[in-house]
Write a protein that binds this ligand. Structure first.
Ligand code: DHK
Length: 144
């Protein structure tokens, strides 16, 4: 548990590979998961890699996370910009939170410049594609 990290992906990230490849790249979410498993192995971390299109399911995973994980890495997709429920769950869970986005949200529409997660997060990584997950896992390993 002390080396366990949950990686939570939000809505539409299951569409990676097909979805706006000029923004999100050509890799599928399964490709990203495989890379995360390899990075985690190298860093001596255990990971659970999750995706949901449902805000409630994500809130449920966050609520249960403190009993099994030491760090949360989250790309909440569009819920980043809208979800007070995810914000509240992250605030309550007491674990360090690392926020990741594949794209550089600050180069995009202004509604993506607002995050309900950043003010709770230990750090925010955006604009590096799937490598952002590597940076977050390296940050998690340092924290543990
Ligand atoms: C993913 C999404 O689905 C968007 O809604 C966010 C984020 C950005 C990403 O870059 O990974 O605005």
């Amino acid at each position: 548990m002390s080396n366990s990290v949950i990686i939570i992906n939000g809505p539409n990230l299951n569409m990676l590979g097909n979805r706006e490849p000029e923004v999100y790249g050509n890799e599928t979410l399964e490709d990203v998961e495989k890379k995360c498993l390899a990075w985690a192995k190298e860093l001596g971390l255990e990971i659970k890699f999750r995706q949901s299109n449902s805000e409630g399911e994500i809130v449920g995973w966050i609520q249960k996370s403190s009993s099994s994980f030491a760090v949360i890495i989250i790309n909440a997709g569009a819920y980043t910009h809208t979800s007070i429920a995810i914000h509240d769950a992250l605030k309550c869970c007491g674990l360090p939170v690392l926020e990741v986005h594949l794209s550089n949200v600050f180069q995009r529409e202004s509604f993506r410049h607002v995050s309900y997660i950043s003010n709770l997060a230990k750090g925010v990584i955006c604009g590096f594609g799937s490598q952002g997950y590597e940076f977050a896992l390296r940050a998690a390993a340092k924290l543990l």
